[in-house]
Ligand binder design. Structure first.
Ligand code: FAD
Length: 404
């Protein structure tokens, strides 16, 4: 059996590895658009901050791929699929025939179409190539602007601050990470990051990038304010990379629609990771992408395969700032319990509906995160220990917890 995996991100690489293990006789080929060997995208922040060099992020070197029996082609973007003859064609014209095809093309970072966005010094933050280019531009630079104060934007800001740049985050909403944090936790986070030379312009809208011909000197806000900048990183979201599937007639919605076994509308083609749309949802985290890879590998091997989505917690990976959230954040129809210790830098907010925990935000101390995640996931009634819920499991008698 010839199994072709397109996209060597975490999902594609995991799937190729599992297929090779499950089907030792199969010819497994992994095609990646990037020049690098498969690497840990989640750890790119450590490369940006200079904590590690690129080689430390490689998860599958040539020897490991060989030992697994995976034929890997870097710098081999696939430009066309021929479903009739079951083959994929790379930009260099290499043709790869398949019996089963796994699309794992992930997402691409959105580049705001602002006037001047094509100037040198304007970057996105998605790939190892992006990070290496940002690091080169940071040599001799003093001021950086990050557009977007979500999880990735803040991680980029912290990395740039760690290598000595003065960083301003331009964010459209009044507090950072508004999709994961309520206003109280967001304000505390902004203050904590302020102590590390990260400033915020918010709510504010980036309007244009300005400078000498081709170069960059400033970012102009919609209200006319000019912020001086030697480099700008746009971290304003991602879009599922579905161009290939769309051209092959696989009718993508936000992603490539798949069933619980990751099968697309074409029975010989599966889709996994951030390019897949499962039950109307496109994932944006690595854990579900890897779980989909496992399910797809099982399906390719003819085993029972089901991907079951779980609540995805989000955590900010900036050392010294413990921030965690899961479930619904500030839903309008829920009751909230808040614990706030402003001076101690500790904040908790929990949302309850019908006596069950539906969302939680923790700032400053995230040690109890697994307890709240379990309650959100299980949907257990919290009435027996509601009074002590915000203090965490250490304050709840075991008998009350078990009674739930
Ligand atoms: C800086 C950073 C930090 C992150 N931190 C976290 C975190 O802390 N926790 C978390 O859960 N998630 C995090 N994420 C998100 C996580 O990286 C993604 O959820 C994960 O990478 C998705 O895996 P994927 O394999 O589906 O897609 P991707 O990682 O996007 O991989 C897709 C690959 O396919 C390639 N490709 C695309 N088109 C083609 C083509 N036509 N031919 C060949 N190859 C192609 C792409 O070049 C890419 O290498 C982070 C992301 C970034 C950028």
């Amino acid at each position: 059996m010839r199994v072709l995996v397109i996209g060597a991100g975490p999902a594609g690489t995991r799937c190729a590895e599992r297929v090779a293990q499950r089907l030792p006789g199969a010819a497994v080929t992994l095609l990646g658009a990037e020049a690098a060997l498969p690497y840990d995208r989640v750890a790119l922040g450590r490369l940006l901050s200079g904590e590690v060099e690129a080689a430390a992020l490689i998860t599958h070197d040539a020897a490991r791929l060989r030992a697994l029996g995976i034929r890997f082609r870097p710098a081999a973007p696939v430009v066309a699929l021929d479903r009739a003859t079951r083959a994929a064609v790379t930009a260099a014209g290499e043709r790869h025939a398949y019996d089963r095809l796994v699309l794992a093309t992930g997402s691409r970072a959105v580049r705001l179409p602002l006037p001047g966005a094509e100037r040198a010094g304007v970057f996105v933050y998605r790939s190892m190539g992006d990070v290496l280019a940002i690091r080169r531009a940071a040599i001799g630079a003093r001021r950086a602007i990050v557009v977007g104060g979500g999880l990735l934007g803040l991680e980029a800001a912290a990395g740039l601050a760690a290598i000595g740049l003065a960083v301003t985050v331009v964010h459209a909403v009044g507090w950072p990470m508004e999709r994961q944090l309520d206003e109280g936790a967001g304000a505390m986070l902004a203050r904590a990051l302020g102590a590390r030379r990260i400033r915020f312009a918010m709510p504010a809208a980036a309007a244009a990038l300005e400078g000498p011909p081709g170069g960059l000197a400033a970012l102009r806000l919609a209200d006319g304010t000019r912020l001086a900048a030697d480099l700008v990183v746009m971290a304003v979201g991602v879009r599922a990379e579905t161009a290939l599937a769309a051209e092959a007639g696989l009718a993508p919605g936000r992603g490539i629609p798949v069933d619980d076994a990751m099968r697309s509308a074409d029975p010989s083609i599966l889709a996994i990771g951030e390019c897949a749309e499962h039950r109307g949802t496109v994932c944006g985290l690595v854990a579900p992408a890897l779980a989909m890879a496992e399910a797809a590998a099982a399906a390719v091997a003819g085993a029972a395969a089901t991907y079951a989505p779980r609540p995805d917690p989000a955590a900010l990976k900036v050392s010294g700032t413990a921030v965690w959230s899961a479930g619904e954040v500030a839903p309008p129809d829920a009751e909230a319990i808040t614990l706030r210790d402003e001076a101690g830098g500790r904040y908790r907010r929990l949302w309850l509906r019908d006596g069950r925990l539906v969302g939680a935000v923790l700032f400053g101390d995230t040690a109890d995160a697994p307890f709240y995640l379990e309650l959100i996931g299980s949907g257990r009634a919290v009435a027996p220990f509601r009074r002590d819920l915000a203090f965490g499991p250490a304050y709840i008698p075991a008998a009350a917890r078990d009674a739930a």
